[in-house]
Design a protein around this ligand. Structure first.
Ligand code: SF4
Ligand code: SF4
Ligand code: FES
Length: 246
């Protein structure tokens, strides 16, 4: 016989002036290969149609379903209930604006972050649709692709001590973006231009290096390596700037 699961779920609708933050408890019979997506959908269909949570792909690709699962940020669609104890507490990710219950607006945070660190290829070349494509070395393309696997779920941001204390901190996800553009030969930014966007307390020098980000990243991105490389590069840039070394 399957387990009886007990869900403690954070409830609050900021759009409703009568709503107050509280926890609702739901009981559910566990089924084989049950994910939190299946469990939450069953609760919504059978017990409380007003329960809010986000899902799109159900395959760990869109990043929409991240939430705090027994205190740890993770993707709900990829989390099997049989990996968890029978009592499961779900709360929304911190830092991002709450839409309601378990649903947060991570899109606005990510758009602002991407604008702040200028997360696009900077080139003076004008695009010529008739020109032959420029080939990139396969090994380099693979290295860039490795960092491009980020699904912008926000788990690393939610787990980050600095991001929880400081609204202006761009997080490991932004550092990962910058590391990706630094590798890309099409991006013509100089080291001091990168320093302008990331060589600050809002960027790499605000990072405490405790690596909660890498521990929780559901895509297992090498955030530790990228943070280390950026810290060395930006530290060296700061020294060159200070002593006017070319
Ligand atoms: S290592 Fe830096 S970015 Fe990662 S969680 Fe810690 S403070 Fe945040
Ligand atoms: S780096 Fe990992 S944890 Fe952070 S947003 Fe991307 S996929 Fe999510
Ligand atoms: S629903 Fe897309 S990552 Fe979970």
């Amino acid at each position: 016989m399957g387990r009886k699961l007990k869900f403690n779920i954070f409830r609050y609708n900021p759009q409703d002036p009568d709503s107050v933050p509280h926890t609702d408890t739901f009981q559910l019979d566990e089924t084989e290969s049950m994910t939190l997506f299946i469990a939450l959908t069953k609760i919504r269909e059978e017990q409380d149609p007003s329960l809010q949570f986000d899902f799109c792909c159900r395959a760990g690709i869109c990043g929409a379903c991240a939430m705090m699962i027994n205190g740890r940020p993770d993707l709900a669609c990829k989390t099997l209930t049989n990996e968890l104890p029978a009592e499961i507490t779900l709360i929304p990710l911190p830092i991002f604006k709450l839409i309601g219950d378990l649903s947060v607006d991570s899109g606005t945070w990510f758009r602002e972050m991407n604008e702040k660190v200028e997360s696009w290829v900077h080139t003076s070349k004008t695009f010529d649709s008739k020109a032959e494509e420029e080939r990139m070395d396969n090994a380099l393309a693979d290295e860039i692709y490795e960092l491009e696997r980020c699904v912008e779920c926000g788990c690393c941001v939610a787990a980050c001590g600095t991001a929880n204390m400081r609204k202006d901190f761009v997080g490991a996800v932004a550092m990962n973006r910058i590391a990706r553009f630094m590798m890309d030969p099409r991006d013509q930014r100089t080291e001091s231009e990168y320093f302008e966007v990331i060589g600050t307390d809002e960027g790499i020098f605000g990072c405490m290096g405790l690596l909660g980000c890498e521990d929780v990243c559901p895509k297992h991105l090498p955030l530790q390596d990228q943070l280390g490389i950026l810290r060395r590069k930006m530290g060296w840039s700061a020294i060159k700037h200070l002593f006017r070394i070319k």
